[in-house]
Design a protein. Structure first.
Ligand SMILES: [Mn+2]
Length: 393
């Protein structure tokens, strides 16, 4: 049994206000080509299909075309999809009954009442059955009909759902899931493009997946195994500057007989345009501009001690997609030190207004400021930090 494991397509995502439509189209085409070449029995998509619960028409069109072409090219192959935390479970499972006839199985929401169970697809090969369980992103609140007292953690919620399933331990079992899994409290290596979780309530321990021969996870954007045969396959594209050096891949898994080590391979994905971090003096950065790099997404840090006049103007002439421009020299390091000291004594509103000015190169409009004041007030009230004087100018 051979299958592809992909996740976190985040179709419709922008990178610092640049649309990634062409990059996403290109990488989805590459995945179709890889499927043609390798002939897997199934393609598993472990959540975060879209970047938003209300994807744009363009994003829906892109996924539609991907799914249709993948299915048409390989009509015998199964396509298994679960919703992630970025997806709307309801929307994503649209037309799922009809799609099932084309071997496309989409699970948007977890079981919500008695009598409902996880979607399961059973495939067979020379070694017998492989049961694929589809566990879409689950929050404790999804399960409120099961129990008077709500589940207090994600761990309890997932445990509850898995215990209701009659997992056949003699057969091979695979699960698709999009929770924030940790291994005995050890967190996976994260990137800047995942939604940051606060506190520990979202964590689910991988020991819950002990009955599965392979755990096909989504959510974390850097490919990594997190113990046993439980794996985050990562995003197909770099979705933040922090992922600039990450190799993005499709995970290809081959399962043979029960109890045998699965063969896990990574098929490299080459993006249409790379995300790069460039650091150096202005003249060095300008000299680096050879070949395709000028079309790449670049995050530039200038290290000149004598700062150039309007460097952005010169850089823009050559680099077409500049994500951000920073300076790292003696002056900025000193400023940062002083600023850090100052900011500790500032009230949150002043600190944020300063941050906004620094990032956007202008002061807030009255409307923006009023909104920020409201937010800061609410946050400080809720966190018990007390009230702050808001009339600051
Ligand atoms: Mn994601």
């Amino acid at each position: 049994m051979k299958f592809f494991h992909i996740s976190d397509l985040h179709i419709g995502k922008q990178l610092h206000h640049y649309s990634l439509k062409e990059e996403q189209e290109h990488i989805l085409n590459t995945i179709i080509d890889l499927a043609k070449r390798e002939g897997p029995d199934a393609v598993l998509m472990a959540g975060d299909i879209y970047d938003s619960g209300v994807p744009s028409a363009e994003a829906v069109g892109l996924f539609d075309s991907f799914l249709t072409r993948l299915s048409r090219t390989m009509p015998e192959m199964w396509i298994l999809v679960i919703a992630g935390n970025h997806d709307s479970g309801k929307r994503i499972s649209f037309a799922s009954d009809i799609l099932a006839k084309h071997r496309i199985c989409i699970a948007g929401l977890p079981p919500m009442e008695e009598g409902e169970f996880l979607k399961k697809v059973v495939l067979e090969d020379a070694w017998g059955r492989v049961n694929f369980y589809l566990l879409p992103f689950t929050k404790p609140s999804h399960l409120r009909k099961f129990k008077k007292e709500p589940f207090s953690s994600y761990q309890e919620a997932v445990e509850f759902l898995l215990e209701r399933e009659q997992v056949e331990r003699e057969e091979r079992n695979v699960i698709l899931s999009h929770q924030f899994y940790t291994s005995s409290g050890r967190k996976p290596e994260q990137s800047d493009s995942e939604t940051i979780s606060v506190g520990g309530i979202e964590q689910v321990d991988i020991s819950l997946l002990k009955d599965f021969d392979y755990g096909a996870l989504g959510h974390i954007h850097k490919p990594q195994n997190i113990g046993g045969h439980v794996r985050y396959c990562g995003t197909p594209l770099a979705y933040s500057v922090s992922e600039a050096e990450q190799a993005k891949t499709v995970t290809m898994v081959t399962l043979e007989g029960k109890g045998e080590e699965p063969d896990i391979r990574e098929l490299p994905l080459m993006p249409l345009r790379r995300v790069r971090k460039l650091k150096g003096r202005l003249h060095e950065i300008l000299e680096m501009a050879q070949g395709s790099i000028v079309e790449d997404y670049v995050s530039i840090t200038l290290t000149d001690e004598i700062e150039a006049y309007e460097p952005m103007e010169q850089l823009k002439e050559i680099y077409h997609r500049i994500l951000e421009l920073g300076v790292d020299n003696k002056r900025t390091r000193e400023v940062t030190d002083i600023f850090l000291e100052e900011v500790e004594d500032m009230n949150p509103l002043t600190a944020f207004l300063g941050f906004f000015r620094e990032m956007r190169g202008r002061d807030m409009t009255e409307g923006e400021r009023a909104l920020t004041e409201k937010v800061v007030l609410r946050c400080t009230e809720e966190s018990g930090e007390g009230e702050y004087e808001t009339d600051l100018y």
